[in-house]
Design a protein around this ligand. Structure first.
Ligand code: ZN
Length: 177
């Protein structure tokens, strides 16, 4: 397993619409393992493939609470097939926006269809933090980031703060595929 560099916004790969994973093979499983290790190391609760420079429709999450045993999930080609009308607001952050946070409203519950790491179709009913986290990560697969859900004024502030924070820091240079 390996810890991979995480792309920081703005980066063109973070704006890309990702393509479906065609075959869930050993290579894909290795990348998902690396993504989980990278996410835990960061630390974060979710990571989507474009954040490591790979524009493929897959992501990892682990929304286990403090003191709970880990609940790693590897999610391939996810599709939201149902979303509740009622919304929930969470203060979101993103590994591609270090140290930046904003309240984002999303459906409180979603049903997601996806392939697991064996290529088997799974169905997940998510609520609470997991629902928010999965929607945030699925957004990444469509080139959408959490600041796209907030006002342009707040977004501008976050981008300026991020630019200041990253000034002088080496940026991971990951080639787009
Ligand atoms: Zn994110």
């Amino acid at each position: 397993m390996a810890i991979l560099p995480i792309l920081v916004a703005p980066h063109p790969v973070l704006k890309k619409k990702c393509t479906p994973v065609e075959a869930v093979d050993g290579h894909i499983r290795r990348v998902l393992d690396d993504m989980l290790e990278t996410m835990y190391d960061a630390p974060g609760i979710g990571l989507a493939a474009p954040q490591i420079g790979l524009p493929k429709r897959m992501l990892v999450v682990d929304c286990a609470g403090r003191g709970e045993s880990p609940q790693p999930m590897k999610i391939i080609n996810p599709e939201i097939i149902a979303a509740s009308d009622d919304l929930a607001s969470y203060e979101e952050g993103c590994l591609s926006f270090p140290e930046q946070y904003a309240d984002v409203k999303r459906p409180a519950r979603v049903t997601v269809k996806y392939l697991d790491e064996t290529g088997t179709e799974q169905m997940l009913d998510a609520d609470g933090l997991l629902a928010t986290c999965i929607q945030h990560e699925i957004d990444h697969l469509d080139g959408v980031v959490f600041v796209d859900h907030i006002s342009s004024l707040k977004r501008g502030m976050i981008m300026r703060k991020l630019q200041k924070l990253m000034r002088g820091k080496p940026r991971p240079d990951v080639a787009a595929e």
